[in-house]
Design a protein around this ligand. Sequence first.
Ligand code: NAD
Ligand code: WQD
Length: 337
Amino acid sequence: MKILVTGGTGYIGSHTVVELIKSNHQVVIVDNLYNSNINVLDRIEKLTGVRPLFYQVDILDYENLEKVFKENAIEAVIHFAGLKAVGESVSIPLRYYENNISGSINLYKLMEKYHVYKLVFSSSATVYGDNFAVPFKEEYGLGDTTNPYGTTKKFNEIILTDLCKANENMSCVLLRYFNPIGSHESGMLGEVPNGIPNNLVPYIAKVASGELDHLRVYGDDYDTKDGTGIRDYIHVVDLAIAHVKAIEYCNKLEGVDVINIGSGKGYSVLEVLHAYEKACGHKLPYKIYPRRPGDIATCYADIEKAKRVLGFEVKYDIDKMCEDSYRFTIMNPEGIK
Ligand code: NAD
Ligand code: WQD
């Protein structure tokens, strides 16, 4: 298929483009490069032998986004483009609502106009909020989100559900990702956070490389095995493969379907830290800090539906996630420039 990938030079997008090309799909990328680098294209080409067509376009720019649809016979869309920093979304909510909702509506309008009816959307486990018991099941529906970022994901899910009701040709898969970490095993693609990372593994990576001196562990008094928070980490390459399966599933899907993408296993903050110590070969200092506001104790996925509907199961374990993250960190001290 000819697939438009918005946000295709970003962290999850770039890994997905590699897997799409490996599965013989043609890829057109749209990205405004706000949170990614043009050199990702060289790296995708080195890994796959194919340079995807690239448009530096903001999805808020309807006219230029329309050119992409005019110039290419797009058959399906994977929509990653969005802002994703939870804390920032609390400080500048309108920027998040504009980018993640108005930008997405531009895209959905153009899909209708150019009769492109297959879409995979990047949703998040954050839409479960703090309402439900683990493991989180798709049938729980949408919880009370705790920040504007999460609310943009929830609104997109509602918009796409309504769109599928209104247009019987439309097929949308809403993938609720849990915690994607790790990097391509070549060390050529990975996550490059701006400034001091908010997320656990990017932060640990900087402690491992000596850039930061210790990990702040946010809370050791949760009701969990060692008192620290538990999350469902998934290797970004496994997540990328799930997208290939999801876009192919659109060919037989009618309407909307919601699918969790995780490993189904929960690891504590200290377990992840110790796995990273194995990967980098030395001890990593940490100190206990108060709980981070908004955090829940435990979050992991019920993965039965992904297996049943997509035939998807993860291949990589926590050790491999940490090894690949560390390799990328060491090989790219300046990020992807
Ligand atoms: P990322 O920031 O690495 O990639 C997003 C890409 O979108 C970037 O390259 C950025 O430049 C681009 N972009 C942002 N706004 C744009 C706009 N208006 N027009 C064009 N391009 C734009 O993030 P990621 O981690 O790869 O996440 C991809 C998607 O998955 C996002 O929608 C994110 O919310 C969602 N998601 C991520 C996680 C995670 O932990 N990384 C978890 C759940 C869901
Ligand atoms: C994981 C665990 C922290 C940093 C976020 C978003 C979610 C999704 C994925 C996009 C928690 C602890 C963290 C640190 C720590 N993104 N921690 N020290 O919060 O589960 O999910 O990313 O959709 O929406 O909220 O991920 O990596 O920030 O935290 O102790 O320096 O690590 O308290 O228990 P989170 P995370």
